[in-house]
Ligand binder design. Structure first.
Ligand SMILES: Nc1ncnc2c1ncn2[C@@H]1O[C@H](COP(=O)(O)OP(=O)(O)OP(=O)(O)O)[C@@H](O)[C@H]1O
Length: 258
């Protein structure tokens, strides 16, 4: 893949909470228009890293740059779409009211607001549930609405923390098609995931374990370098076949087949 402009530059990032070292000297560049996946077991530090990229957490040492601007930067809010792991929705409002609220935060008004709300709800297939109260949404529907909100203002970069958890395989496929469409338009996408088949769909992957970035490359490169045929096998080679890694790899492998 020919790399053009770097959109994200993570430079020697470390983060400790008290005595616990959660991120350990991470350096990584992410390029315009790529879908970059962060893959690793629970507690590896994926959420902490992406929170820093949106300015919600600060490193203990090191620097993060987005669009060549040092984070955190208020200026960049409009260029970033962020979907957190926990849905930040107003249960007592309808989906439409939630969308209107976030659209106005981003300065979307009138016809443009209407048009974007319709488009993003189509992407996540919630058009028929526009007026339903969010407290009556299922967990998967809330995830989809959160994704719709992250897409509303057509950000240059989308940072999605486990965007398809609780979403069925058919809809997950159509959401990934939407990601590819956005990529074609030049949007850069960062996703954290536990799911191996999703990892295969990324242009490049960063494998994380215990706060460290243990390997970076395209799925093909990672498999070739480790002489393996699947991402989970290459994760085991890079991360060492510890019980923690084996159970991470195994549980995800079986989940994908179910
Ligand atoms: N605010 C915090 N205070 C103390 N510890 C924290 C805080 N945020 C994260 N941690 C710790 O940092 C470690 C990494 O957490 P993080 O959420 O980044 O992992 P993750 O790879 O995203 O996991 P998961 O896949 O389960 O979401 C965990 O041990 C977690 O308990």
């Amino acid at each position: 893949m020919k790399h053009t402009k770097e959109i994200v530059s993570i430079q020697h990032i470390s983060r400790a909470f008290g005595k616990q070292q959660v991120l350990n000297d991470i350096s990584l560049d992410i390029y315009e228009g790529e879908i970059f996946g962060l893959l690793g077991p629970s507690g590896a530090g994926k959420t902490t890293l992406v929170k820093q990229l949106v300015g919600l957490d600060l490193p203990t040492s090191g620097e993060n740059f987005l669009f060549q601007e040092k984070m955190p930067s208020l200026k960049l809010i409009e260029r970033v779409g962020y979907m957190a792991q926990a849905d930040a929705l107003y249960g007592e409002l309808s989906a439409k009211e939630n969308l209107q609220f976030f659209a106005s935060l981003y300065g979307l008004k009138g016809m443009k607001q209407q048009q974007r709300m319709t488009e993003v709800m189509e992407v996540v297939q919630l058009t028929d549930h526009m007026t339903k109260l969010v407290s009556n949404y299922s967990g998967g529907m809330k995830r989809r609405l959160s994704l719709a909100i992250a897409l509303l203002h057509e950000p240059d970069i989308l940072i999605l923390d486990e965007p398809t958890v609780g979403i069925d395989p058919v809809l997950r496929k159509s959401i990934w098609e939407a990601f590819y469409d956005l990529k074609k338009r030049g949007t850069t996408i960062i996703v954290t995931t536990h799911v191996m088949d999703e990892a295969e769909k990324c242009d490049r992957l960063g494998l994380m374990r215990n706060g460290g970035l243990i390997a970076v490359g395209t799925p093909k490169e990672l498999k070739e370098k480790t002489k393996t045929t699947t991402i989970e096998e290459s994760f085991l080679v890079y991360g060492g076949a510890t019980n923690e890694n084996k159970s991470f790899s195994h549980s995800n492998f079986t989940t994908n087949r179910s």
